[in-house]
Design a protein. Sequence first.
Length: 403
Amino acid sequence: MRLGKAARLGEEEASSAGSSGRATATVAADAASAVRAVGATGPATSHDAASHGSTRAGSSVSEAVPQSAAQSDPLQAESGSQDNAQPGIVHSDAAASGAARTARSGAARVTWFGHSALLVELDGKTLLLDPMLGRAPSPVPWVGGRRYSAGLPAEPEQLPPIDAVILSHDHYDHLDYGTIRKLRHKVKHYYVPLGVGAHLRRWGVAEARITELDWWQEADADGLRLACTPAQHFSGRSLTDRGRTLWCSWVIAGAEQRLFFSGDSGYGAHFREIGERYGPFDLTMMECGQYDPRWADIHMLPEQTVQAQLDVRGKAMIPVHWGAFTLALHSWTDPVERVLRAAAEHELAVATPRIGETVEAGAEAYPMTPWWIEAERADAQAGTRHERPERERRMRKLCPPAK
């Protein structure tokens, strides 16, 4: 797989990119052109639950990319470039203890590291999902958004030995070069959708430690049953490699409990089929954040997240894909506030852990402290919050509303 120049710069941690100004201008200009050229059309998915053919690693799956996927590119490139509305989040003290805790058998335990990074402990195994533990979800950090918090939710070196890293797709906010490089000596195996293994191999991970799966394929991870399930999204790490690798959601089944991780996805019929095949789930980690009505094909709105939870037959949910970075125009607290309102209408259990806090599947009570309100108040008292209008003006100029 051949990646673009911007991707290589970011992934190889180039510190002497003398053409930073030209790279920034090129990314922004090309992304803006893509947005103006593509309307908010429906998904043109041939790689779906009903009709897709098996796509082997290295071949293109670009025909399966929803047409509105290009609208996400400007946000990967531009959002967060302004230091506006960036909350001063302080991680839970549980982050360090949770990361250092030895996995035990019994109830599944899930520690949220912000955005979609999760540490899962189930049946004595330790899994790491979409481990973006870096500071910026971008190949060129001076362009992409930076992490809200001053520190990282967990240092890769502090994590316990990892039985498996599970990846949903290859976007920068889910697959981070620096994290993978720091973790590679303590990870036993990697489970990824088709094509994503090429990134890992290029970064020094041995072929024998990588398992690539197509939708509806399963693997045994030392007694845990993993199923690569559909998602409605797209892939790519540069302006030239869109759709060359697969994207997915994941089912993680232990002896007594089952978990579901949505990855990134627009809402679709695949959630109901996943629920019919593998549900019910004791705990789900569902995408909720970095959305816009124009991008509904590839990112669910919070109300759709709740419907997806109903479809997969989840008993309790942790909303993820929020709380760490700004990759969309909505306020940083909008995802959790909207999903809580929608979930209340259906009497669904929702856990809202602080970043670094652990949730136990099947617990009598889940963490529900509105910590984001505390963060907002602390920022207001410290005078660290900034007005949004200038940033929104710049973002809308780059990503104009669909006609």
